[in-house]
Ligand binder design. Structure first.
Ligand code: ADP
Ligand code: MG
Length: 487
């Protein structure tokens, strides 16, 4: 049922359209044109719920994009235009949606949330489950809980690179708040953190239906916090995060430098932990790079567990591709093509999925409609221009630099300041920065726990020297070739 009773008479359909177009006129000036055309042009205002404007977008991707990046900007602009404090919520449009029939959730009172479709990536599973559901609205496959139905344990391929994280996630899912609490999973982008986190949510909601589970992206939590402060809705905020048996927070690095949100989150965290509720956190970097979060959320708790996820090895990549192919419809993929894709797309699983998608899409567009190794090579050449795109490890870099300069690893990673050691150390740091996607602090840590400013200094020093001395350029070239060969 549309919430017509919530729409103030003063803002009827034309009023809403007008409000939205004036808002767009203002934000347009602050955004790059491409962003504006891609995301904002396709958005449509639907109506008001309380002081929130509900905006529909064609798909879940657009919804998340707008929500994570532009909630604050749009709320502020809407408030400016209307002269009253306003918020904005995004929902996914159904294919045949008119101006009516949308039923976004009112995120405030939990009771009100139950009867409507949740546009948020958050869940109150047990409550929702009890209610007869309506047809799905999101184009992404999602189950009634709001969790993405693709992200379950049985769709997760386990290999050496993710074994620990998988085992810990499974243990938490089987015995919530009993074994590892909090569980902290970290690893690079596209390696399956969100998948595992949501798998825990699915599992618990299936086998412990009375448990109240909530999945939340920390970026969203920051926005939510800001909105709640602005709208004096802190009670609602607290309730949303505290009334849970299982709280799953994705990408907590988003809380770095968000001092107030962090404070509030820490209190929530402590509240839940004291009440023996399960908490699972993910992050794109290891705990020691999370500044205060490290101490407050992770290291101080007994029974906590930290698990990393690494880029999948070749066998795991092949297994993942096979699993995806089984689950999808589409052209058959010859074994040699499968191996080729797994070899080329070596960085992360998202890349792997992208490569498979492109290879299949390309073949589907040819008259033969057949996947061939030549076709696949062509497609992948564009995606991965360099022949070898293997992950280069920092150990390989350190080993090769030691060998090249006849230096011991202890010296390379130590603190001696003589020039015959400092220069190779700086070269190694420079190469680590260039050839891996590690952050400065991470590299510092890998060099015997040095500060990120040391790494920064080293990289700028060497970049400068490369331009000034042929000999240094030669060192770098020879070393790069050696490192690539060893990787
Ligand atoms: P992250 O949150 O670490 O950035 P995601 O969980 O979003 O990564 O994973 C990216 C994509 O790769 C998702 O579609 C996910 O289902 C898939 N994926 C990642 N790891 C695996 C795995 N081990 N088995 C199957 N699919 C995986
Ligand atoms: Mg993720």
């Amino acid at each position: 049922m549309p919430h017509t009773e919530d729409i103030p008479a003063a803002l009827d359909e034309t009023g809403v359209t007008e409000l939205w177009s004036r808002t767009l006129d203002i934000v347009k000036g602050q955004l790059n044109e491409l962003v504006f055309n891609t995301w904002f042009r396709v958005a449509e205002p639907l109506g008001l719920i309380g002081s929130d404007l509900i905006v529909s977008v064609p798909n879940a991707w657009g919804r998340d994009w707008l929500r994570t990046r532009y909630t604050s900007l749009l709320s502020a602009t809407l408030s400016e235009v209307s002269g009253e404090p306003m918020g904005v919520r995004f929902v996914v449009r159904t294919p045949d949606e008119g101006a009516e029939g949308f039923e976004p959730i009112v995120d405030e009172p939990v009771e009100a949330a139950v009867a409507t479709v949740d546009p948020e990536p958050t869940v109150a599973i047990s409550e929702r489950r009890a209610i007869a559901r309506e047809p799905e609205r999101a184009q992404e496959p999602q189950d009634p809980t709001g969790l993405n139905s693709r992200y379950t344990f049985d769709k997760f391929v386990c290999g050496e690179s993710n074994q620990l994280a998988y085992a810990c996630a499974m243990a938490v899912a089987e015995t919530p708040a009993f074994k590892y609490n909090p569980l902290f999973i970290y690893g690079g982008s596209g390696l399956g953190k969100t998948h595992l986190l949501q798998a825990i949510g699915h599992y618990i909601s299936t086998y412990y239906p009375h448990q109240h589970v909530r999945y939340i992206d920390a970026h969203h939590m920051v926005d939510d916090f800001t909105d709640s402060i602005r709208n004096k809705g802190m009670d609602g905020f607290r309730r949303r995060y505290r009334e849970n048996d299982v709280l799953l927070v994705d990408d907590i690095q988003a809380l770095i430098a968000k001092k107030e949100t962090q404070e509030e989150f820490f209190r929530t965290f402590k509240y839940l932990h004291d009440g023996h509720k399960q908490i699972v956190l993910t992050s794109d970097r290891p705990p020691y790079e999370l500044e205060t979060l490290h101490e407050r959320l992770i290291s101080r708790f007994n029974h906590g567990m930290i698990a990393d996820i690494n880029p999948p090895e070749l066998e795991t990549r092949v297994a993942i591709l096979k699993r995806k192919i089984e689950a999808q419809q589409g052209l058959p993929v010859p074994a040699e093509v499968l191996t080729l894709i797994a070899e080329r797309a070596s960085g992360n699983v998202r890349e792997l999925e992208g490569a498979l998608l492109r290879v299949r899409a390309f073949a589907a567009l040819t008259p033969e409609k057949r996947i061939t190794i030549e076709g696949a090579r062509d497609v992948l050449k564009g995606m991965f221009p360099e022949r070898s795109v293997r992950q280069i490890s920092i150990q390989t870099i350190q080993n090769e630099v030691c060998r090249y300069f006849s230096l011991s690893k202890d010296d390379l990673l130590g603190n001696k300041r003589s020039q015959n050691i400092v220069f190779p150390r700086q070269v190694a740091m420079y190469l680590a920065r260039e050839l891996t996607d590690m952050s400065l602090p991470r590299i510092g840590a890998e060099f015997g726990g040095k500060d990120h400013t040391t790494v920064m200094h080293a990289t700028s020093k060497i970049s400068k020297l490369i331009g000034e001395r042929k000999a240094v350029l030669d060192d770098i070239q020879v070393l790069t070739t050696a490192i690539r060969q060893k990787s």
